[in-house]
Ligand binder design. Structure first.
Ligand code: P1T
Length: 410
């Protein structure tokens, strides 16, 4: 009941937006136009150009059970959140999007559509918090997991069994930036009635749209590129299948990990500049990666935009741009990495990524500490490995910062 009530609010909202849009143009709108306008029209009593922050927990009913435009209680739906969800759906080419209070809450909601006894195949390199959610929360509830290298599709075929209900992957992965063929993997999963979930956080919807490659659910930590300013914790799910939308809508309301109206507003403000930001992130990251590749202080550098990346051809085909994340292994192990991280001046040593400001971190000690040490070692998340989230500052300044930090740490 609540699932379908929410669906009708959403459809009503989309209809309102659609009616206005049709007036000006019938052709498909470009990404940057959708980012600025989708889900948003001048609103409220004074026709404000920005969607108002509906800072309210409930909505007055003229008569019991009679809801004004379908809104009854703000966990179920809030107009600022509806606008954000419509916007996010348009960016991923989805029919529905669902906003959550964090990326982990979005992942949690996906797992709630499974049942005890189900088997999940997960890429062997995922965000440490995702691994922790699977290994420490859902494994205890009777869901089983296999972690495999998805760079080779045959590994997926070999791991699928009759209980496998879900394939979960990141591409590029966090932190090793492995790229896998979403289209091929989703096709294999589909042959076995298995749902494909792609965590698209590292790309943002500007770089790649997994639903168009055959995935069933897209996950975002909107804390990252969608938010883009390191001031919001949020998450999102996007789907195209109506039945999946119903199930996720039900979980969103039943579990209730929804974002606050102010955070929805901040995200709506941020997606307007997503295209511009991602272009600059990618340009700056390419500059840094190319420099690191020439440095004698560096053991290896991984960036999907470098011809040396093991899946460079696939990345060129699958991703519109190579993104803002660079992973580098410094010569000299942990002591060297530690000195480097302490020497940067424009980059800030902090967890997270995707903000306008450049961040740098040490996955083994910070974001991926929850992954068992032997697994980290087998994967290559070594003590010399440093992850850079390259921001949108002047590229030359970022390059100088990396150069001076390398010199200061040698
Ligand atoms: O932090 P939260 O909004 O809950 O998002 C979790 C999450 C999900 N998926 C990916 C790919 C992520 O990178 C994250 C969060 N990652 C970091 C905090 C980090 O520094 O890698």
């Amino acid at each position: 009941m609540l699932g379908s009530l929410k669906a009708s609010i959403y459809e009503n909202w989309m209809k309102l937006q659609g009616m206005k849009k049709e007036k000006s143009s019938n052709k498909a709108l470009g990404f940057a136009t959708r980012a600025i306008h989708a889900g948003q029209e001048p609103a409220g009593p004074v026709n404000s150009i920005m969607t108002p922050i509906y800072q309210t927990s409930t909505f007055v009913q003229p008569s019991p059970g009679e809801y004004h435009q379908g809104y009854d209680y703000a966990r179920s739906a809030n107009p600022t959140r509806t606008a954000l969800e419509a916007n996010l759906a348009a960016l991923e080419g989805a029919s529905r999007a669902f906003a959550f209070s964090s990326g982990c809450a979005a992942a949690d909601a996906v797992m709630h559509i499974l049942s005890s006894g189900d088997h999940v195949i997960c890429g062997d390199d995922v965000y440490g918090g995702t691994f922790r959610l699977f290994d420490k929360v859902f494994k205890r509830l009777g869901i089983t997991f296999s972690y495999i290298n998805l760079e080779n599709e045959e590994n997926l075929r070999a791991a699928i069994n009759p209980k496998t209900k879900m394939l979960w992957l990141e591409s590029p992965t966090n932190p090793l930036l492995k790229v896998s063929d979403i289209e091929k993997l989703a096709a294999i999963a589909k042959e076995h009635d298995c749902i494909t979930v792609v965590d698209n956080t590292f790309c943002s919807p500007f770089i790649q749209n997994p639903l168009s490659l055959g995935a069933d659910i897209v996950v975002h930590s909107s804390t990252k590129y969608l938010g883009g300013h390191s001031d919001v914790i949020g998450g999102a799910l996007m789907v195209s299948d109506t039945e999946l939308a119903e199930r996720i809508g039900f979980v969103q309301n039943a579990v209730g990990a929804v974002p606050a109206p102010m955070d929805c507003f901040l995200l709506l403000r941020s997606t307007k500049t997503l295209a511009l930001r991602i272009e600059r992130h990618s340009q700056n990251a390419q500059l840094i990666a190319e420099f690191l590749e020439t440095s004698d202080e560096v053991e290896s550098v991984t960036y999907p935009g470098l011809a040396s990346h093991p899946q460079y051809e696939l990345a060129q085909k699958q991703m519109k741009l190579a993104g803002g994340m660079v992973t580098v292994v410094l010569k000299g192990g942990l002591p060297r990495a530690r000195r480097f991280l302490e020497s940067v001046e424009i980059f800030s040593l902090a967890e997270s990524l995707g903000g306008v400001e450049s961040l740098i971190e040490h996955p083994a000690i910070m974001t991926h500490a929850t992954i068992p040490v032997e697994t980290r070692a087998a994967l290559g998340i070594s003590d010399g490995l440093v992850r850079l989230s390259v921001g949108v500052e002047a590229g030359a300044d970022l390059l100088d910062d990396v150069k001076q930090a390398l010199a200061a740490s040698s």
